[in-house]
Design a protein around this ligand. Sequence first.
Ligand code: PGA
Length: 259
Amino acid sequence: MSLEKGEVVRKPLIAGNWKMNLLVGEAVGLVSALKPLVKGVSTVDIVVCPTFTALHVVSQVLKGSNIELGGQNCYTKENGAFTGEISPQMLRDIGCAWTIIGHSERRQYFAESDAFLNEKLKFALASGLKVMFCIGETLGERQSGKMNDVLKRQVSQGLVGLSEVDFDRVAIAYEPVWAIGTGVTATPEQAEEAHAFVRGLVADQFGKSVAEKLRIQYGGSVKADNAAELMAKPNVDGALVGGASLKADSFAAIVKAAL
Ligand code: PGA
């Protein structure tokens, strides 16, 4: 099945995942510098995902701009006795349109399972958020030839129960764990191969039209100087950027590479 860009227009989605970085003043400095650099860009969706403590102030700075706000995580309940957690309703209340769910750091350090992430995904969608849902194999899984099985499990269990309309508010971020924060980027060919495989899995599970419309971002050491070649690949529809999103210049350059 050919599911390439030419058949359906998928607007590139470039998101900055700030992870556990930047104090409030630094966060304000970053978005204040970023806004003018990407002003007028309308053919790329731009999102920043600050820490929870910076969300409110960043939301104020971004008002009226073309940059959307996202959380990095959220819980499966609206409110209640869940110490340390944050709900999708709270993210929306503070101005978030998006959240990341299933980042490999959540899977690895906080033992978040496919079933739990599926619950989170469904609750975030039901609460009105758009979701960047992360998947990706570790180096060991790739080297032992298990990559396709891992992606298949993460897609089939992570997305189970979604309806066709849910996919209007879902993007998948393919982030090979071995490329995150390591400076080792997947080659454009490796990214394209994985993205095409993932799109095929979604087509098998949810149908061709869902798969054709679905945006699949690449993540893992995306930088200003490798973004264009990655995004030139037909199945790469944007990027989820960690380290290089912490500087306005480099993040803006990545946004422009998607134009
Ligand atoms: P990186 O992180 O760009 O620093 O590799 C990407 C991510 O984890 O989302």
